[in-house]
Design a protein around this ligand. Structure first.
Ligand SMILES: *[C@@H]1O[C@H](CO)[C@@H](O)[C@H](O)[C@H]1NC(C)=O
Ligand SMILES: *[C@@H]1O[C@H](CO)[C@@H](O)[C@H](O)[C@H]1NC(C)=O
Ligand SMILES: *[C@@H]1O[C@H](CO)[C@@H](O)[C@H](O)[C@H]1NC(C)=O
Ligand SMILES: *[C@@H]1O[C@H](CO)[C@@H](O)[C@H](O)[C@H]1NC(C)=O
Ligand SMILES: *[C@@H]1O[C@H](CO)[C@@H](O)[C@H](O)[C@H]1NC(C)=O
Length: 303
């Protein structure tokens, strides 16, 4: 189905207007971009946002903001970042039953289905579960009011992000890179600078400080350790409660037999695909992402 998005004028006026205090980011931009605020459209918005953050901008045309994507190599300040090994089972870094294991999360089509606004080729794969979890988890963070209705389930995975990431030993630069891609993705759809900043700040405060005291995310859940930044160079949380976390162990490289290859490794090098974008410019963007001028645009996407 070809989705036509409101005209540049209609969208620009919406995006330029201030989001009303009582309207969540999810609801506001679902209406701005997809017109009808339905559960299915909220899910579509989160699919666009997450897929773009993961593989880089792929909708055409976009508003002129390049998103290299979480899977692309990049730089934060002078530090090189390469998160791909965490996604393709290159590291023994996933927590399964409190054991560190190597998981290939790009085992069901890699980037290709994401460019088709899907999570994976099929619905029974590590890739499908990770991507749908991201749509659902971020939907909660961004206040999707219709989540839980038909077509957009509520997140039902672990609400303990500290534990989920405990075998990754993620550094300040790695977490910053991830959050920056989410912010750039939002900006690439015309989300205002103010709202991009709000999302970036919220993500950083929730997950970016080592030893952050257990918190309820979402608010209805019990308090759990939430820090995703767990390496020594991560900024220390206010009211740090390091005893709530296990000692971080940097992940080992997975042995070659355990690493799935094929489509997954090709994701990064796909010629002309979204991953062809170099992440080299990201370092420059990190400081400036929150200052990105939100532009509005007309674009069409194939669903
Ligand atoms: C939202 O609330 C803040 C104070 O919390 C106020 O300054 C601002 O004008 C309000 N914005 C709108 C659009 O109502
Ligand atoms: C929005 O919903 C109305 C009523 O359900 C429907 O008639 C209309 O076609 C929908 N528009 C879009 C763009 O989905
Ligand atoms: C990503 O966005 C940039 C800036 O608008 C654009 O030049 C580039 O072609 C886009 N890449 C893809 C794969 O759509
Ligand atoms: C996923 O689907 C694409 C076509 O849409 C196909 O080229 C690719 O081989 C499939 N990959 C897997 C792992 O099923
Ligand atoms: C990057 O540099 C800025 C400015 O010095 C600093 O505030 C920020 O913490 C640095 N980020 C990382 C991930 O090193």
């Amino acid at each position: 189905m070809l989705y036509s998005i409101p005209t540049i004028a209609a969208f620009a006026s919406l995006a330029a207007a201030q989001r009303p205090n009582g309207t969540s980011i999810c609801d506001y931009y679902t209406t701005a971009l997809l017109k009808n605020n339905t559960a299915v459209n909220q899910m579509t918005l989160l699919t666009l946002l997450v897929n773009t953050a993961v593989i880089g901008n792929y909708t055409k045309p976009n508003v002129g903001i390049t998103v290299p994507g979480i899977l692309a190599k990049g730089k934060v300040n002078e530090t090189e970042v390469d998160l791909l090994p965490y996604f393709i089972g290159g590291l023994v870094s996933s927590n399964r039953g409190n054991k560190a294991v190597s998981v290939n999360f790009l085992d069901d089509g890699g980037a290709v289905p994401l460019t088709l606004n899907k999570a994976a080729n099929g619905t029974n794969s590590a890739q499908y579960r990770l991507l749908t979890h991201l749509y659902e988890y971020f939907g909660g963070l961004l206040g999707c009011s219709l989540q839980g209705q038909d077509g957009y389930p509520k997140y039902a995975g672990s609400n303990n992000m500290g534990s989920v990431h405990k075998f990754m030993g993620l550094s300040h630069a790695e977490v910053t890179y991830f959050i920056t891609q989410v912010g750039l993705s939002a900006a690439s759809f015309g989300v205002t600078t103010e709202d991009v900043t709000a999302v970036g700040t919220a993500l950083n405060e929730a997950f970016g400080y080592i030893c952050s005291p257990p918190a309820s995310i979402p608010a209805s859940e019990p308090k759990e350790p939430q820090a995703i930044c767990q390496a020594d160079d991560c900024p220390l949380a206010a009211n740090a409660q390091c005893s709530a976390y296990d000692k971080v162990v940097e992940p080992a490289t997975a042995t070659s037999s355990a690493v799935a290859t094929g489509s997954a490794t090709k994701v990064a090098g796909q010629s002309g695909g979204p991953m062809a974008t170099s992440g080299a410019e990201v370092g420059k963007e990190v400081g400036g992402v929150m200052g990105v001028v939100a532009a509005a645009g007309v674009f069409a996407m194939v669903l």
